[in-house]
Design a protein around this ligand. Structure first.
Ligand SMILES: O=C(O)CCC(=O)C(=O)O
Ligand SMILES: [Fe+2]
Length: 257
């Protein structure tokens, strides 16, 4: 997987920019003056072979079956992990009766990112502070660290994962669905030195048309309803259109009570 990521970013810029997507932030992103170290590519439905093949044939017109298969099987394997994590979350909240609906209402978006080293001993921003807007994100990376997560106590901690581990981050939509019980942590990427960091994030997103609604069991006197039901696809459009990353909570502005 890590070899495939490097191979993808080693393509010429004009080839990579063929990765255009209908949704903002889902295609090629890079060469941005504010985040010069950052470059990313995205694949919607990365666990579906035909969807991956479609993108791959636009990048390599002669095809690249090993690359295609690596990406698809990575996403498919991690979707199993996503299911396990969501089962654990729903069971811990006592709402496992919603598990099937939860699992069946989502799709997977894979974003792969390359961060150049700034070539300086001081750290520089690779990706600015943000929360993820979707339900759940599972991250994997090469041996170069850089991810930092803000704890509830306001302390930034550096994440140093082993090659065998994955990082699971809850998004704002899961915070909303759990009526505030699952914290959506702020995070960022800080880079130093000269080595290149590669990461792959599998984003679990609700399908367009599906209405995300807090289970009745999670609303009571001690936990008043925080968000109105919402369509995540429409919210994500709002987030892109209204520069949602500048708001303290775009989801609150969109459908907070
Ligand atoms: O590269 C990473 O480790 C984090 C990426 C990330 O936070 C994102 O794409 O939302
Ligand atoms: Fe993120």
């Amino acid at each position: 997987m890590l070899g495939s990521l490097q191979e993808l970013f080693d393509l010429p810029l004009e080839t990579k920019t063929r990765n255009v997507a209908k949704k903002l932030f889902h295609g090629y992103a890079g060469q941005h003056p504010h985040i010069p170290l950052y470059e990313s590519m995205g694949i919607d439905d990365a666990d579906v072979q035909e969807k991956v093949d479609e993108l791959v044939s636009s990048l390599w017109p002669q095809g690249h079956p090993t690359f295609s298969k690596t990406i698809q099987s990575y996403a498919e394997k991690l979707s199993t992990l996503d299911h396990i994590v969501r089962r654990m979350i729903l069971e811990s909240l006592g709402v496992e009766k919603y598990l099937e609906e939860h699992l069946n209402s989502t799709y997977y978006f894979l974003r792969i990112t390359k961060y150049k080293g700034p070539q300086t001993p001081e750290t520089e921003v690779g990706l600015p502070t943000h929360t993820d807007q979707n339900l759940l994100t599972i991250l994997y990376q090469n041996q170069i660290n850089g991810l930092e997560v803000l704890t509830k106590n306001g302390e930034w901690i550096s994440v140093k994962p082993s090659p065998e581990s994955f990082i699971v981050i809850a998004g704002e939509s899961l915070y909303a669905w759990s009526n505030g019980r699952i914290h959506s942590a702020k995070h960022r990427v800080m880079m130093s030195g000269s080595e290149t960091r590669y990461s792959a994030g599998l984003f679990t997103i609700s399908k367009s048309g599906y209405i995300v609604k807090v289970p009745d069991e999670l609303v009571d006197e001690g936990h008043p309803l925080l968000f109105k039901p919402f369509d995540m696809a429409e919210f994500l459009e709002f987030y892109s259109r209204e520069n949602g990353w500048e708001a303290e909570s775009a989801l609150k502005s969109y459908c907070g009570i």
